[in-house]
Design a protein around this ligand. Structure first.
Ligand code: MG
Length: 153
């Protein structure tokens, strides 16, 4: 078995869609990024690559490449899955954001990831935490972060 961990952080900007795990969450702000900014998928990609010591997301999808402008991160994940055989045992995710409240959306996010990865939803945990109105831009709602830990066989 091998472990992987990933982390991603983006600024939040008004008028941008908030993408998490491949679905859009209703919000007045979303990730400001070169791609669609899905922090959860980006952290997941880094965790997958890390589990096989294959580098990081920038190695394969450099932000300097205009091809990835506003790119759907689900496609980046699909490309990542082609790089190696990832037999995922389980995934545990934290999303750190001040708002909106993610409670009502957690199951949908887990189901979206389960479908993208072709694994059972019971093997995917997604937890949301606020930054308690501290921690600078995370605390003021001007940034969002995600961390992912996973185990592969
Ligand atoms: Mg990112």
């Amino acid at each position: 078995m091998r472990i992987g961990q990933g982390f991603d952080l983006h600024r939040m900007k008004e008028g941008r869609p908030l993408m998490l795990g491949g679905i859009e969450i209703e919000s007045d702000k979303g990730e400001d990024a070169h791609s669609d900014g899905d922090v959860l998928i980006h952290a997941l990609i880094d965790a997958l690559l890390g589990s096989k010591a294959l580098g990081d997301i920038g190695t394969y999808f450099p932000p300097s490449d205009m091809k990835y402008k506003n790119m759907d991160s689900k496609l980046l994940l699909k490309e990542t899955l082609k790089l190696s055989k990832f037999e995922i045992i389980n995934i545990d995710c934290n999303i750190i954001l001040q708002r909106p409240k993610l409670g009502p959306h957690i199951l949908k996010i887990r189901e979206s990831l389960a479908s993208l990865l072709n694994i059972d939803v019971s093997n995917i945990s997604v937890k949301a935490k606020t930054a308690e109105h501290i921690l600078g831009e995370l605390g003021s709602g001007d940034a969002i972060a995600a961390e992912v830990t996973l185990l592969i066989n």
